[in-house]
Design a protein around this ligand. Structure first.
Ligand code: ATP
Length: 286
């Protein structure tokens, strides 16, 4: 039996270039791993089935679970048809824009590569991951990266900026598909604006310019999510007032986050937000 950590991500940038013939959108995102994580336990068992259990009651416990899909894709890719038991100790809020399912899938791929000593490279694991979901390849590598295409083409960004984030999850279910299908041409960016957003963010990260990072955050899905779900919009305004800091949204939402340059300042914001929501998390860049 072994354990593998599955880290959440936040979007520092998210630009949408347009709709593709296959129905997906072309995006460009700077994504950052944070230390909010699920723990995935993997144990070989007799037979050929993949079983799953979880501490969370709000995720599917069958082949719709991305962790199971990852195990099946891994078995197919390697030709190892062994039995497996997966346990997910869930900490990452579900359907929150934090990539929890994708990260669980990526952790299963990395974990099985160790458990069954298959010696696949991260690039190979990312290739298997791309068949499961667009965010899985990023989660295979972790850290910070630019994701392009549907999100599956990854270019790593190496930086050592220390930053903290306070996250708050509004209690509303947001459908990623609804958000994308409600985008209008105004929400699309040209190559020029997209390059500018990405380059500014990457430069600020590498130069450890915290203010530059905070000023460079963009999420071109946010106006649509905020319009579709007014409760997220009113929560954002209240959190901005309490935190006295800009409040951003991750992915298609609804999770909101502040970026903070010190643990002390993050703790202050965390304490004041705990007063009116149970779903508040303090974490830092990994
Ligand atoms: P993303 O940011 O990649 O769009 P998300 O954070 O918005 O992801 P997830 O937490 O990955 O969303 O959950 C999205 C849906 O995937 C949920 O409705 C859930 O039923 C399903 N799902 C499948 N497997 C998992 C898993 N292991 N953990 C969480 N959700 C899962």
């Amino acid at each position: 039996m072994l354990a593998e950590r599955a880290y959440a991500k936040i979007n520092l940038t998210l630009n949408v270039l347009g709709k593709r013939p296959d129905g997906y959108h072309d995006v460009e995102m700077v994504m950052q791993t944070i230390d909010l994580s699920d723990l995935i336990w993997l144990e070989e068992k007799s037979g050929q089935d993949v079983e799953i259990e979880s501490s969370a009651s709000n995720i599917p416990l069958d082949s719709r679970n991305l962790a199971v899909a990852a195990a099946q894709a891994f078995k197919e890719y390697t030709g190892l048809n062994k039995g497996l038991h997966i346990r997910i100790d869930k900490q990452i809020p579900v359907a929150a824009g934090l990539g929890g399912g994708s990260s669980d899938a990526a952790a299963v791929l990395r974990g099985l590569n160790r458990l069954w000593q298959t010696g696949l490279s991260l690039d190979q694991l990312a290739e298997v991951g791309a068949s499961i979901g667009s965010d899985v390849p990023f989660c295979v590598y972790g850290g910070c990266a630019i994701a392009r295409g549907r999100g599956e083409k990854i270019a790593s960004v190496s930086h050592s900026l220390k930053a903290w984030t306070v996250l708050i999850r509004p209690s509303v279910y947001v459908s990623t598909a609804d958000v994308y299908s409600s985008l209008s041409a105004d929400d699309y960016d040209g190559r020029f604006e997209t390059d500018r957003a990405t380059n500014q963010m990457v430069k600020a990260l590498i130069q450890k310019d915290f203010e530059g990072v905070r000023q460079g955050v963009v999420n071109r899905l946010a106006p649509t999510t905020l319009k579709l779900y007014p409760v997220v919009s009113s929560l954002q305004q209240r959190v901005e007032h309490i935190a006295r800091a800009p409040v951003f949204m991750s992915g298609s939402g609804p999770t909101l986050f502040c970026l903070v340059p010190s643990r002390f300042a993050a703790q202050r914001i965390y304490n004041s937000l705990r007063g009116f929501s149970r779903e508040v998390y303090l974490s830092r860049f990994v």
